[in-house]
Design a protein. Structure first.
Length: 352
C-alpha cells in the first residue's frame, strides 16, 4: 500500500465500490495499473479524499452514489457515476469488492463511457415524491383488484377503473338484495376505508408536486408542451435536470428508450421495437401524455395536429403514440437548453 498523499499520486484515478458501511477503494496510475488498494468505513472515507489531490473518482450507480458524488465534488474532485451494466465487462475472472472497485476505476477512464448525471438535493427530493406517489397508486390498484375479487366470490361484478369502482362499491354495499354476507360487507367496508385513506394521500402528494411545478420557472415552460402537465414536468426535472449533457435532442428520446432497438450486421440495417431503456416511469408519463394529445389536441390550433394525422393515416395508433412521445422528448430538450424558451402553438395555416 502506498501513501495517497505522495506527489506521485496526483494522477491517480480512483474507483469506489460502495457498501452500506464499508467502501473499497482502488487507485490506478497513468498506465492503468492498480497501485493502491484499501477499504474505509463511512466516517473515514471522506477524510481520506480530503487529503488526496484533486482527481477523477468513479463509482457504480446505486443507493448512496448521488450523495457521495456531491460530497466528492464539494471537496474538489471530479466524480463520475457509471451504470452497473457498463462496469461488468471490466470485471476480470472472479468477483469481490476490490476487483469491482478496480473495474470501476478502469471503466471511469474510458473516453466513450456513459455516465449518470449527478443530481442536486432538490432533484433527489422531487424524485422521492414521485416514487412515493407511484407506490401509493400501485397500492390503490392492488386494493381495488382485491376488493373486486372478493365481490366476485359472492357473485357481484363491478366495472373496471378507480372512478367507476368507487361508484359501484357504494351501491353494492348499500344493496341488501345481493349475495354479500354480513362478514363480507364488514371486510369490504374496512377495505374501502383503507382505499379512501390512500386516495387522500395520493391527492396530498399530487398537490405538493403541483405546487412545486407552479413555482418552478422551468417546469412552467415545460407545461406549455402538449401532453406535459405538473407530473410530467417535475418528473423530467428530477430525472434529467441539466439538459446540456445531451448533445442532441434525439439523445433524450434514446435515453428514455423511445427509439428503435437495432440489430444490424453485414451492412443490413434491422430496426426492431423501441428499446425501453432508461427511466420507465418517465417514459410511461410521456406516452400517457402523447395518448392524451392523440385524443384531445385541437388540430386547428396546433401544427402538431397535422403531423399526427399524417402519421395516423399510414400507421397503427400505438406506433403514432410512441412517435409523438419521442417528439415530445425532443421538444423538451430544446426548451431545457434555451433559457426562456416555450412551446409555440402555431395554427395549421402557418408553414412548419
Amino acid at each position: 500500500m502506498v501513501d495517497p498523499g505522495h506527489e506521485h499520486h496526483r494522477e491517480l484515478v480512483f474507483g469506489i465500490d460502495i457498501g452500506k458501511n464499508l467502501f473499497h477503494v482502488v487507485g490506478l496510475d497513468t498506465h492503468g495499473k492498480p497501485i493502491y488498494r484499501s477499504k474505509f468505513r463511512r466516517e473515514t472515507l471522506l477524510q481520506f479524499f480530503e487529503r488526496t489531490n484533486s482527481t477523477l473518482i468513479g463509482m457504480e450507480a446505486c443507493p448512496g452514489s448521488q450523495w457521495l458524488a456531491r460530497k466528492l465534488q464539494a471537496i474538489g474532485h471530479t466524480a463520475r457515476i457509471i451504470p452497473a451494466q457498463f462496469v461488468k465487462p471490466y470485471v476480470k475472472s472472479n468477483k469481490n469488492d476490490i476487483i469491482d472497485a478496480e473495474a470501476i476505476a478502469e471503466a471511469a477512464t474510458r473516453p466513450t463511457m456513459r455516465f449518470v448525471g449527478i443530481k442536486k438535493e432538490d432533484q433527489v427530493d422531487l424524485q422521492m415524491m414521485h416514487r412515493i406517489r407511484s407506490r401509493l397508486v400501485t397500492n390503490r390498484t392492488n386494493l381495488i383488484c382485491q376488493m373486486r375479487s372478493y365481490c366476485l366470490e359472492h357473485g357481484v361484478a363491478m366495472r373496471q377503473g378507480a372512478g367507476l369502482f368507487k361508484l359501484d362499491l357504494c351501491k353494492v354495499l348499500d344493496d341488501q338484495t345481493n349475495d354479500l354476507t354480513l362478514l363480507a360487507r364488514k371486510i369490504l367496508s374496512e377495505l374501502y376505508a383503507d382505499f379512501q385513506q390512500l386516495e387522500k394521500r395520493i391527492s396530498e402528494v399530487s398537490q405538493a408536486i403541483k405546487d412545486i411545478a407552479d413555482s418552478d420557472e422551468r417546469a412552467r415552460r415545460l407545461m406549455t408542451i402538449p401532453g406535459i402537465g405538473p407530473l410530467g414536468a417535475t418528473a423530467i426535472l428530477s430525472a434529467a435536470g441539466d439538459a446540456t449533457r445531451f448533445k442532441r435532442a434525439r439523445d433524450v428520446a434514446a435515453w428514455l428508450g423511445l427509439v428503435p432497438r437495432q440489430y444490424s450486421t453485414g451492412g443490413k440495417q434491422t430496426l426492431l421495437g423501441i428499446s425501453k431503456r432508461g427511466n420507465s416511469y418517465l417514459r410511461r408519463l410521456l406516452i400517457h401524455g402523447a395518448r392524451s394529445c392523440m385524443i384531445h389536441l385541437d388540430r386547428t390550433k396546433d401544427r402538431l395536429g397535422i403531423w399526427i394525422d399524417e402519421l395516423r393515416s399510414r400507421m397503427h395508433v400505438n406506433k403514432v403514440t410512441v412517435a409523438l412521445a419521442a417528439k415530445i422528448a425532443r421538444i423538451i430538450w430544446v426548451i431545457l437548453r434555451k433559457p426562456g424558451a416555450t412551446y409555440l402553438r402555431q395554427p395549421v395555416a402557418q408553414s412548419y
